[in-house]
Design a protein around this ligand. Structure first.
Ligand code: 5GP
Ligand code: ZN
Length: 128
């Protein structure tokens, strides 16, 4: 059933506390922890505690939790002091990016929905 823990899923194990992670925020439905291979000074993953294979499945199966993940991505950015000032302006190192890699061809390697929150350095646009 959608949302049930998967025995072979790394992020289900992190959500259950069975694999250690550097947790920066936690709510009833989400957990945010530092990426083990950071690509920016701030690189935090926000996951639903329940198992959904990717962001589209999460949005379809548990839309309120998808909203929780997005809200928490913003809270992580604020906590890490990479959020831009109100209105979105700011210097070259303010602002952050939220990414959901979806599908192996787009770089997804862990098939439990997760938002990457990246910030603290210049972020080129369009991305490579
Ligand atoms: P994806 O490539 O699926 O979009 O993102 C998976 C992310 O999980 C990668 O950025 C990778 O560095 C991270 N990751 C993989 N294994 C671990 C782990 O055991 N702990 C943590 N904290 N991050 C992990
Ligand atoms: Zn999982």
């Amino acid at each position: 059933m959608a949302g049930e823990p998967q025995a072979d899923c790394l992020f289900c194990k992190i959500a259950a506390g069975e694999v250690p992670a550097t947790v920066v925020r936690e709510t009833d439905t989400t957990i945010a922890f530092r990426d083990i291979n950071p690509q920016a000074p701030t690189h935090v993953l926000v996951i639903p505690k329940a198992h959904h294979p990717d962001a589209a499945a999460l949005a379809a199966e548990a839309p309120q939790v998808a909203a929780d993940v997005l809200r928490e991505a913003g809270e992580v950015a604020a906590q890490e002091e990479v959020a831009p000032p109100p209105g979105g302006a700011g210097g070259p190192r303010t602002g952050y990016r939220v990414i959901f890699n979806t599908g192996a061809g787009a770089g997804q390697t862990v098939f439990h929905a997760h938002a990457h929150v990246l910030g603290g350095r210049g972020l080129e646009w369009p991305p490579g």
